[in-house]
Design a protein around this ligand. Structure first.
Ligand code: MG
Length: 448
C-alpha cells in the first residue's frame, strides 16, 4: 500500500517571553521596558513520526499582548489543520491567499495588525517546512526558484498601478544574471550587517562608548543609536559615539515614531553636525506624506522606515510619494514571505535599497534569508545595504545567526532558521515555564 500523503495534524502555539526589560536591552524612546517575546507556532505533520520536518514560525512582540497574538494564530488553526503538506509546500501562496481572504477574519484588518501578523507567522512556518523538505536554506530555495513560480507566489493585489506581474517577472529574470557568482561570494563573505547593540536608550554613556568601540573592532562599518526622548541627551550621545567610531563609520539614528513632522525636522537638523546616516521611524509608520516632508527637509540625512509598516500597500505609497531612502522590511510584521516578495520587488522597481529590520527574538534569523535572496537573485548588489544585527537571544534557536567581521554568514542548514530550542520553550513559556514560575514564586516570597 503506498504511504498516505502527509497532512498537517496540529498547529501548536506558545507564548514565550524573555525578561529583557530587567537589563534595559532593547529600550528606545517609545518602548522603555520591553520583554522581548515570541508568539511561536509549530506546524506538526503525520510525517513527524518518521522524522519528517515540522514547520516553525513566530511573531515578535515586546511582552504584554503576546497572549493576544497567540490567540490570533489559534484562530487560524482550523484553516491549516488537515491540509496536504505536499500541496502547502508546492504553493505556499495558496494558503496565504486563503488566510488573507478569509471572509470573516478579514474584518479584523484588513491586512494589518495582530491578525495579519498571525497569518505571517503561519505562512512563514509553511516556508520553513518547504525549505526543510527541499533540503535548502530558505534564501537558496528562493534564489533557485523559477521566476515564473516566484511571480505566482507574489501578492500583486492593490499593487498593479505601481508594479505589474510582467515587470516583476522581468526583474526576476534579470536578477538571474550572475546569480551563481553572487552565491559563491555570499557563501565566502556573507552579507553586510550593522549593529544596534551599543545604542539602546537605557544605556549610560560609558556602556555606549565601550560597545561602540567594540562594534568597530568587530568589523562593523555602521552602528545605530536610539534617539528621541531628550534632545540634549541625544546630542551628547551622538558626540560620544562619533568621537569613539571616528568619521568613517556610519551612525544611523532611530526615533521609533516619537515625533510629529515639524519636531522630527527640528530634531534631525539639531543632530546634523554628527552626520547621521539615516533617521529611522521619525514619525507614525502610517504617515506617508509626513515621511515625504521630513525627507525633503532633512536631506542629505536619509529617511528609513518599514519595521511597523503594516502591509505592501503602504510600502507602495511610501515609494510612490518619494518618502523614503531606505526600505526596512521585517520578516514577521507583514503576511510572511509571500508579501515580503512583493515588497522586495517594489523596492527593486523603485531602486530603493532594502536594509532589513532585525533584532527582537529571532528576527535576525528570519530576515537574513530574505536579504540574501534579494542580493543573489533580485537587486544583485549589497552596496548601501545592511541587515540590522543585535546580539541578543540567539542562543534560543537551533540554527542561530553567525555574524563574523561585520557580516552575516549565509545559513546552510535547510529551513528558515526559525526553530527554537525545546529547553528555551520549556523555560520561558509564559506564565507556566520554569523561569516565570520561579519568578512568580520569588515575587510571592517578597510580598509576604
Ligand atoms: Mg527601529
Amino acid at each position: 500500500m503506498p504511504p498516505t500523503p502527509a497532512r498537517v495534524t496540529a498547529v501548536d502555539t506558545y507564548d514565550i517571553r524573555f525578561p529583557t526589560s530587567r537589563e534595559l536591552d532593547g529600550s528606545d524612546a517609545m518602548n522603555p521596558d520591553p520583554d522581548y517575546s515570541a508568539a511561536y507556532v509549530v506546524l506538526r505533520t503525520d510525517a513527524d513520526a518518521d522524522g519528517g520536518p515540522e514547520g516553525h514560525g513566530f511573531v515578535f512582540t515586546i511582552g504584554r499582548g503576546n497572549d493576544v497574538q497567540v490567540a490570533a494564530i489559534d484562530a487560524l488553526r482550523a484553516q491549516v489543520t488537515g491540509r496536504s503538506v505536499d500541496a502547502l509546500c508546492a504553493d505556499p501562496g495558496a494558503l496565504y491567499r486563503d488566510l488573507t481572504g478569509d471572509s470573516q477574519l478579514r474584518w479584523l484588518g484588513p491586512e494589518k495588525g495582530v491578525m495579519h501578523m498571525a497569518i505571517g507567522a503561519v505562512v512563514n512556518a509553511v516556508w520553513d517546512l518547504a525549505a526543510q523538505r527541499a533540503g535548502k536554506p530558505l534564501w537558496r530555495l528562493l534564489a533557485d526558484a523559477d521566476p515564473e513560480w516566484l511571480v505566482h507566489q507574489t501578492d500583486f493585489r492593490y499593487l498593479t498601478d505601481a508594479l505589474t506581474p510582467g515587470e516583476a517577472l522581468e526583474l526576476l529574470r534579470r536578477g538571474r544574471d550572475g546569480a551563481g557568482e553572487r552565491t559563491a561570494r555570499l557563501l565566502e563573505r556573507g552579507y553586510p550587517a550593522y549593529t544596534t547593540s551599543p545604542g539602546w536608550l537605557g544605556y549610560g554613556d560609558d556602556k555606549l562608548a565601550r560597545l561602540a568601540a567594540r562594534a568597530v573592532a568587530d568589523g562593523f562599518t555602521q552602528i545605530k543609536l536610539k534617539v528621541g526622548a531628550d534632545l540634549a541627551d541625544d546630542v551628547r550621545r551622538c558626540r560620544v559615539a562619533r568621537s569613539v567610531v571616528g568619521p568613517g563609520v556610519r551612525i544611523a539614528v532611530d526615533a521609533n515614531q516619537r515625533w510629529d513632522v515639524a519636531e522630527a525636522i527640528r530634531w534631525v537638523r539639531a543632530l546634523a553636525e554628527f552626520q547621521p546616516y539615516w533617521i529611522e521611524e521619525p514619525t507614525s509608520p502610517d504617515d506617508v506624506l509626513g515621511h515625504a516632508a521630513i525627507r525633503e527637509a532633512v536631506a542629505p540625512v536619509r529617511v528609513a522606515t518599514g519595521e511597523h509598516v503594516q502591509n505592501r500597500v503602504v510600502f507602495k505609497q511610501l515609494l510612490q510619494a518619494g518618502a523614503l531612502d531606505v526600505l526596512q522590511i521585517d520578516a514577521a510584521r507583514v503576511g510572511g514571505v509571500n508579501e515580503n516578495l512583493a515588497i522586495l520587488l517594489l523596492a527593486a522597481k523603485f531602486g530603493v535599497p532594502v536594509c532589513p529590520h532585525a533584532g527582537g527574538v529571532g528576527l535576525c534569523e528570519l530576515v537574513q534569508h530574505l536579504a540574501m535572496f534579494d542580493y543573489v537573485a533580485l537587486s544583485g548588489t549589497t552596496e548601501d545595504r545592511v541587515v540590522e544585527y543585535v546580539d541578543h537571544l540567539h542562543e534560543h534557536f537551533t540554527d542561530p545567526v553567525v555574524v563574523r567581521d561585520g557580516h552575516y554568514t549565509a545559513p546552510t542548514a535547510p529551513g528558515f532558521s526559525a526553530t527554537m530550542r525545546p529547553e528555551s520553550v520549556a523555560e520561558y513559556t509564559y506564565p507556566g515555564g520554569t523561569f516565570w514560575a520561579a519568578d512568580a514564586e520569588t515575587r510571592r516570597g517578597h510580598a509576604v
